[in-house]
Write a protein that binds this ligand. Structure first.
Ligand code: SF4
Ligand code: SF4
Length: 496
């Protein structure tokens, strides 16, 4: 390996991924909106200059992984994922011991001083170095987005084996839906949220497309009235898509998320119609209709013990169409428990995921994947909680009752009649407890903790009877996280 420390230092940084995975639970892990403090604030405040006598130091707990002879990736949840060439790595390593910028400038006299200044600024912006007297890491949770899941229908034309719904012939009424949306905006206003995100879900939400239209127009009017930004997505099984539906979604500025678990039989073995008929062809057709009409759907993949083997070929297909996607792990529920073969067998799942990663490596997309490759983890922005449950998340059933998580739709704790349902949800001590990763045994000392946050609290509770312990999928996560980081490094090099 050539150590060309006099080359121009090159630092490639991953932008934060706001992409939020969907699928069986569509949990919105990234919406917990944490901020790094005080480093984040300092990043924009200090004007660096090489003449400065202030002492800087490398931020602790970062890891370095070699990507090839030229580049290494530096990662750690205290800072951004960054790819460094040899020269930049050499520069970063100099800050392992505190250094004044003035001294660094003298030591690097062989590098163009403008390039050096830019490199130091980039290391600082990426939070890889910080002033010595202000480099302690502290993660603040700040309210940003209030997310609401609107269970507009319990009906569905499919009978997926992992579904947690009883499939009653029940839809939400327009009045209930509007009252739900009004209560969401009430809570958002009272609790200082800047953004509301609505998820129209079922059952199959597109069985009620007229209701979606009515409710979203109402949401738009409240957004305007309250000056709160509105984001909306329809979660669909993809079988009912027509050009007219796509046009409606586009007019309403709604995104579309389609569940697809494999190509052909790898999809059909867990997502068939109520009469047992295969659904893959119809979903494929739906995706193509969306694309032909100018709407790019997000693909949500639920990984189970049944379809893990087929992930590689599915990802190849998805990348051919350049579609955004997320990989989510199956969570057992009371209705799916009898399908034992859905359970995640560690070695089989890791093998299937790594095979999919290999395919991604050959065709790296031009978008950050760190928030969508591995279940609930978001490896591009630090956060303390896996999802927004009990914090910034409301789940409405068709009757206007409010639960904390869609997988426990029947455990309601509030309703549309409440002045501020979010406060009631936050105060609930009986249902799911979404603890900070710092409160989870086994996670406190984990290098991945602020990216992983300890996994789905419900899955952990179902497996262990506890919320204050690491995820039952911990071994899987730890096997996959380094590979996901490596992929991101290769991607940054490709598009640099
Ligand atoms: S679940 Fe495992 S990988 Fe995740 S933070 Fe806890 S110990 Fe780390
Ligand atoms: S508790 Fe689990 S299933 Fe529920 S929203 Fe959170 S991560 Fe998803």
């Amino acid at each position: 390996m050539i150590n060309k420390k006099s080359d121009r230092p090159q630092i490639l940084v991953s932008l934060d991924s706001t992409y939020i995975a969907s699928g069986q639970c569509d949990c919105d892990g990234g919406d917990c909106a944490c901020d790094l403090s005080p480093l984040a604030k300092l990043s924009s405040n200090i004007q660096l200059s090489l003449g400065m006598f202030e002492t800087f130091v490398r931020v602790p707990n970062s890891q370095i992984m070699n990507l090839n002879d030229t580049y290494s990736i530096c990662y750690g949840s205290h800072h951004k994922v960054a790819v460094l060439n040899q020269s930049a790595l050499y520069l970063l390593n100099q800050f392992t011991h505190p250094h004044q910028l003035h001294d660094i400038s003298i030591q690097h006299h062989d590098i163009d001083q403008t390039d050096l200044q830019t490199a130091i600024e980039e290391l600082y912006q990426a939070r890889l170095i910080a002033p010595k007297n202000n480099c302690s890491f502290h993660l603040q949770e700040i309210p940003e987005t209030l997310t609401a899941w609107l269970h507009i229908s319990d009906r569905c034309n499919l009978r997926c084996d992992y579904c947690y719904l009883p499939h009653l012939a029940k839809d939400m009424s327009i009045d209930i839906g509007r009252a739900a949306i009004a209560s969401i905006f009430r809570s958002a206003t009272l609790n200082g949220y800047r953004r509301v995100k609505l998820k129209y879900a079922g059952g199959e939400a597109l069985l009620c497309s007229a209701l979606i239209k009515n409710l979203h127009l109402y949401a738009q009017s409240l957004s305007k009235e309250t000056d709160i930004i509105l984001d909306g997505v329809v979660l669909s099984n993809g079988t009912l898509i027509t050009p007219e539906i796509i046009e409606m979604l586009q007019t309403l500025n709604l995104r579309l998320m389609i569940s697809l678990d494999g190509l052909s039989n790898f999809h059909n073995i867990q997502r068939a119609y109520a009469d047992g008929k295969s659904s893959f062809q119809d979903v494929e057709r739906g995706i193509k209709i969306a694309l032909e009409n100018g709407l790019i759907p997000d693909i949500s993949i639920t990984v189970t013990g049944r379809n893990a083997e087929g992930l590689a070929e599915l990802i190849e297909w998805i990348l051919e169409y350049n579609l955004p996607f997320s990989l989510n792990f199956y969570r057992e529920n009371e209705l799916s428990a009898s399908h034992k073969d859905l359970q995640l067998e560690e070695s089989k799942l890791i093998e299937g995921m790594l095979a999919a990663f290999k395919v991604i490596e050959l065709k790296l997309p031009n978008r950050n994947l760190l928030g969508s490759l591995i279940d609930r983890a978001n490896l591009s922005s630090p956060h303390k909680r896996t999802c927004g449950v009990g914090q910034n998340y409301l789940v409405f059933d068709y009757k206007g009752q409010i639960a904390k998580c869609q997988m426990q739709l029947y455990k309601t704790v509030s309703s549309i009649d409440e002045q501020d349902p979010l406060t009631v949800v936050r105060q609930d001590k009986a249902g799911i407890q979404n603890l900070s990763v710092e409160e989870k045994e086994g996670c406190r000392t984990c290098e991945w903790k602020y990216w992983c946050a300890g996994g789905c609290p419900l899955a952990t509770f179902n497996a262990t009877g506890r919320y204050d312990i690491q995820s039952p999928n911990c071994n899987i996560y730890k096997a996959l996280y380094p590979e996901a980081v490596r992929l991101e490094g290769l991607r940054l090099i490709k598009y640099s």
